[in-house]
Design a protein around this ligand. Structure first.
Ligand code: ZN
Length: 396
């Protein structure tokens, strides 16, 4: 949904921390955050300004050079994208704008990195590393008449994101809340947009917006595990058998971790492109298209889809599927469908001559064929177009 479909309010209050250690941890987190923002700003300035572009350019470096966890690193990129965008706006009006520098002690949190507990009048914030959380108490007015309670205790207002500020030894939190505008939700969903996702062996997932999730590292890891298992099996001892079991446990955890990251990326992509839903291929037909060695991929695809469904529900997105028939053979540009269009990773249309990455072509077809086949999500929403790298396409 676009941002103007919501009323937005900010709840501002001071915070009390539980200990000096927690305070130090938060201060350290802010320092790393500022470093992260400045790294991204240096890389992206004069290069790009969309969230996804800044992320692709800077996130890895931020993770290498700072102690920020994955989600904080993502948020620094988004912060910088916003800052660069405002610079561009300023320049349009003839004002000067130079590369954003981040120095004031404040940082942004989202629903993954900051949780609100209204009843306890408390929040928890993710600090360095993704799992160490600091608890803080909201210093709300004594009498229950403070405006803050209107949002905190409400079912209508939902918490979205927030900024933490440190000023003169005091902590303040600005909690962002939103509620849909009453008169518009029906109209807003008339031309709902979906995100198409193609699943594959070499790229775990590719979206119709051209975001690629590579499977190289995952496949390498699995091959290594397979080799080790082979060697252990030959030895045939009791201890070898136990080692195989623990190896399999570790492998499964690693694969799940990777799949969670991919699922988060798909959700991000859908939200950034204002999609109301995500479309996959039905997995039942997919097996025929997979090489023998990739039998395990079916399990991974199912898991990935489960993770996406779980996270999508939280974000209010629907997840649906369409038949995989023709998704990889059809030219997304002209519609010509033929076996010879696809050669391994490359797609070249035998009719119009357009060539493209095969999985990207397929991702667009997943969404296009979903709409052409007349699928609609259940409930009040209706969809008519799918998201591309920039803009959206409505199948005629
Ligand atoms: Zn074509």
């Amino acid at each position: 949904m676009a941002s103007d479909e919501y009323h937005r309010r900010t709840l501002i209050t001071r915070l009390t921390l539980r200990s000096d250690e927690d305070e130090q941890l938060l201060l350290d987190t802010i320092e790393e955050w500022l470093d992260g923002c400045n790294i991204a700003s240096g890389l992206a300035w004069n290069e790009c300004h969309t969230k996804s572009d800044v992320r692709q350019l800077a996130k890895q470096q931020i993770k290498q050079k700072t102690k920020l966890g994955d989600q904080h690193a993502t948020l620094t990129c988004h912060e910088v994208a916003g800052a660069i965008k405002s610079c561009i706006e300023r320049r349009k009006t003839g004002k000067k704008a130079s590369q954003p520098q981040f120095t004031s002690r404040s940082m942004t949190f989202d629903r993954r990195t900051l949780t609100v507990f209204p009843e306890q009048e408390k929040i928890t914030l993710t600090t360095l590393g993704d799992h160490s959380r600091v608890h803080a108490t909201l210093c709300l007015p004594e009498d229950e008449s403070g405006y803050q309670y209107e949002y905190l205790d409400s079912d209508e207002w939902e918490y979205t994101e927030s900024t933490l500020h440190y000023r003169d030894g005091d902590w303040y939190i600005h909690l962002g809340y939103r509620t849909p505008k009453d008169d518009e939700p029906e109209a807003a969903t008339e031309n709902g947009t979906v995100l198409g996702v193609d699943l594959g062996v070499n790229r775990i997932a590719v979206t119709s917006t051209a975001r690629f999730f590579d499977a190289g590292e995952l496949n390498h890891y699995r091959r290594e595990c397979e080799k080790t298992r082979g060697t252990l099996q030959q030895s045939g001892t009791q201890s070898a058998h136990r080692t195989i079991e623990s190896l399999s446990g570790r492998e499964e955890r690693y694969v799940k971790h990777v799949l969670h990251t991919v699922a988060n990326g798909i959700i991000e992509e859908a939200l950034e492109h204002d999609c109301v839903g995500i479309v996959f291929e039905e997995l039942d037909g997919i097996r025929e298209d997979l090489p023998e060695a990739a039998w395990h991929s079916e399990w991974a695809f199912r898991k990935l889809k489960d993770f996406v469904e779980y996270k999508a529900e939280f974000e209010g997105l629907f997840v649906d599927t369409t038949s995989p028939r023709n998704t990889s053979k059809r030219c997304n540009e002209c519609g010509f469908t033929h076996d010879d269009n696809r050669h391994a990773g490359q797609f070249e249309c035998q009719s119009c001559g357009k060539s493209n990455h095969a999985d990207y072509n397929a991702a667009k077809n997943v969404a296009e064929l979903y709409l052409r086949r007349g699928h609609q999500p259940s409930g009040r929403r209706s969809v008519s177009q799918y998201a591309l790298k920039s803009g959206a396409r409505t199948p005629s």
